[in-house]
Design a protein around this ligand. Structure first.
Ligand code: SF4
Length: 184
């Protein structure tokens, strides 16, 4: 015990330093998303998050959109508890066999117009879980996907850029694919 205490005093903390938030870029992106949502939908955007079988890495990034650093709600974007109140289904992970029906039911419970955003490499094609007996595949194997946000996991800024890209295509109904790395 004494050795452990000594070690913890000599060595610094083992956790990584938090990323530096580019507040100006974040504020601009958030404001753009809010403005486009009001223009295209006449209101702000409501998002229902569905974990269809992820490792939770993507969830950590999505959750951080609501933390004090990013504070997405200041731009009018809200995560809602029910698909009945959602415009966007944000789906993570490969779709597991056990979650397939729940995902389909969530989709059918969401009123139109609605959009499906597949978040992370696993949501695109199964990622590291591709080929597993427990997975059906990417989200597109179960639902019509309007937007893929790549990354393992995509950063909060990449998620915001993805939502912006989605809103920009709402009128044309086009499919978009946003490339995102951890640093973006
Ligand atoms: S994309 Fe990466 S972080 Fe997201 S669920 Fe798959 S393995 Fe986990």
């Amino acid at each position: 015990m004494r050795r452990m205490l000594f070690k913890s005093l000599v060595h610094g903390p083992l956790t990584e330093a938090p990323p530096v938030a580019d507040e100006a870029a974040l504020a601009e992106l958030g404001a753009q998303v809010e403005r486009l949502a009001r223009q295209r939908l006449g209101r702000t955007l409501s998002i229902r998050e569905v974990d269809a079988g992820s490792c939770n890495g993507c969830e950590l990034e999505i959750h951080s959109l609501n933390n004090v650093l990013y504070d997405l709600e200041r731009f009018g974007l809200r995560f809602v508890a029910s698909p009945r109140h959602a415009d966007v289904l944000m789906v993570t992970g490969p779709v597991t066999v056990n979650m397939k029906e729940a995902l389909e039911r969530t989709y059918h419970a969401t009123p139109g117009p609605k959009w499906v955003v597949a978040v992370g490499d696993c949501a695109l094609d199964g990622g590291v879980f591709a080929g597993s007996y427990a997975c059906v595949g990417g989200v597109a194997a179960v639902l019509p996907v309007d937007l893929h946000i790549r990354g393992c996991p995509p950063s909060p800024i990449a998620l915001l850029k993805g939502l912006l890209a989605l809103l920009e295509t709402v009128q044309t109904g086009g499919k978009v694919s946003v490339e995102a790395g951890r640093g973006s």
